[in-house]
Design a protein around this ligand. Structure first.
Ligand code: FES
Length: 170
């Protein structure tokens, strides 16, 4: 059966007023795509620049004194405990119970793009799930992935069954 060709007289007026073809309307030229990419990368670069300048102008103040975190019995061996320090600018932190009397504490912000890191007991490493960055659970050093710096570490002090943290080497 032959399909009837519509008579141009029967075409609605808007079609002649707005003669845009769907194919053309959805087409993105190489130039437009390159412009979008340039704008997008420029915005990312600018955001990174702002973060760097801000951290240079307003460096984090060192932690003063010891801060109570929890009871020793609150965190089993192989577990991680998230905590915050009242008044500290960089929050939160993680406390990792590595072995019976081995504790570590780090900032939880990944040094790449500040995602929250977590301790992976199965790997004995600290993982950033955003871009598969890995840090040493012992020292905070970067083991793999894009993070540019180690995780800032606090010193853990155990007193009378209580866990405290303080600035490293303070
Ligand atoms: S934000 Fe952690 S690896 Fe990218």
């Amino acid at each position: 059966m032959k399909k009837a060709v519509p008579d141009p007289q029967d075409m609605p007026n808007w079609k002649s007023d707005f003669p845009i073809q769907q194919k053309k309307a959805t087409h993105v030229s190489r130039r437009e795509f390159a412009k979008f990419l340039a704008l997008f990368s420029g915005t990312l670069a600018l955001a990174n620049g702002v973060i760097v300048i801000r951290s240079l102008l307003f460096p984090a103040k060192p932690l003063e004194g010891e801060h109570y975190v929890c009871q020793e019995t609150d965190v089993a061996v192989g577990q991680m405990f998230q905590f915050k320090i009242e008044g500290a600018e960089t929050v939160p932190y993680i406390l990792v119970h590595l072995e019976e009397s081995e504790w570590r504490a780090f900032e939880q912000k990944c040094t790449h793009l500040t995602c929250a890191v977590r301790y992976r007991e199965d790997l004995k490493k600290i993982e950033c799930p955003c871009h598969h960055g890995f840090f040493s659970a012992d020292t905070g050093e970067v083991l793999q992935g894009p993070p540019p710096r180690p995780l800032p570490q606090l010193q853990v002090v155990i007193k009378d069954g209580k866990v405290y943290v303080k600035e490293k080497n303070a």
